[in-house]
Design a binder for this molecule. Structure first.
Ligand code: SF4
Ligand code: SF4
Length: 275
């Protein structure tokens, strides 16, 4: 089965995955496994790179993860294709795919699988793509050759914490850009100062692993899903011309159009005043 998966993942430009025994995973939502009829077996952790050349655009005004379409769409399509193939090839085993809404502690499991180290920015840091990966996992009742590694930490340079504006603005900037309703005047000031329409990458950008991955070029995802339909610089015009279907595919859609629209209005008004 692992040979088949190696071939399948390679065809889909996924090169960072590793199996660990399910018994070694911290199960946080057991009902998700019960629902699939899986009580034991293997979790194959997958780290999917999403950083593309569009993320380097100097005009970019959304977090790198929001430049492409939402990653849940990628995993949904991947599992919709892969699971039926596996179920047909191995009819006596059970298979399920998860990303984000997962039965297991994904970050911990990915580090146990040796996909990367845990950074002080609370993200998985991989050597090739730094922290610009989305985590998902294929869980199967099949007992596959798998081993667990001791969880390792990043080099601990502290740059992420030093550059994080949370102390200054009292909240995570990413959370601020996702706040529903109106900003207070103080929040408007913070928002315009950092000028991000959605999310915050400061703790990832200053990380030496990221700098190295950009310098060597290893950071770039070869996955077409993340290369297509990139919108590094979101504007009110682009937002207004987007179909509802396309908007629903974007990472900023879960807070509703009003939230991202407010942010763009504030930024564009501010820009006009400055001109
Ligand atoms: S996303 Fe930004 S504000 Fe939030 S923890 Fe990271 S650096 Fe700090
Ligand atoms: S910036 Fe330094 S401390 Fe923070 S995650 Fe990267 S290596 Fe670790």
């Amino acid at each position: 089965m692992l040979n088949f998966l190696a071939e399948y993942f390679s065809e889909h430009h996924i090169d960072l995955y590793a199996p660990i025994p399910l018994s070694e995973c911290e199960v946080r939502k057991p009902y998700l496994l019960e629902r699939e009829g899986i009580s034991d077996g293997t979790a194959i952790l997958i780290a999917v790179p999403y950083f593309t050349r569009a993320c380097l655009s100097p005009e970019r005004n959304v977090s790198a993860y929001a430049v492409s379409r939402d990653y849940h769409g990628f995993f949904n399509a991947l599992f919709a294709d892969l699971l039926p193939i596996l179920r047909q090839k191995y009819p006596h085993e059970k298979f399920a795919g998860f990303a984000d809404h997962s039965p297991i502690a994904e970050l911990q499991a990915a580090a146990q699988a040796g996909l990367g180290v845990i950074g002080q920015n609370s993200l998985l840091i991989t050597e090739k793509y730094s922290s610009y990966v989305f985590l998902g996992e294929l869980i199967t009742s099949a007992v596959l050759p798998a081993k667990t590694q001791a969880v390792a930490s990043c080099m601990g340079c502290g740059a992420c914490r030093k550059n994080c504006p949370m102390g200054e603005i009292g909240t995570c900037l990413s959370a601020l850009t996702q706040k529903k309703g109106d900003f207070t005047s103080e929040e408007v000031g913070h928002f315009l100062h950092y000028s991000s329409a959605w999310g915050c990458d400061l703790c990832q950008e200053v990380c030496p692993y990221t700098k190295k991955a950009i310098q060597t070029g290893s950071i770039f995802s070869k996955i077409p899903y993340f290369q297509e339909c990139a919108i590094p610089h979101l504007t009110l015009k682009i937002l207004d011309e987007m179909t509802d279907e396309e908007f629903a595919r974007r990472a900023y859609s879960w807070r509703g159009k009003a939230t991202i629209r407010r942010n763009l209005e504030l930024m564009e008004e501010h820009l006009k005043k400055g001109e």
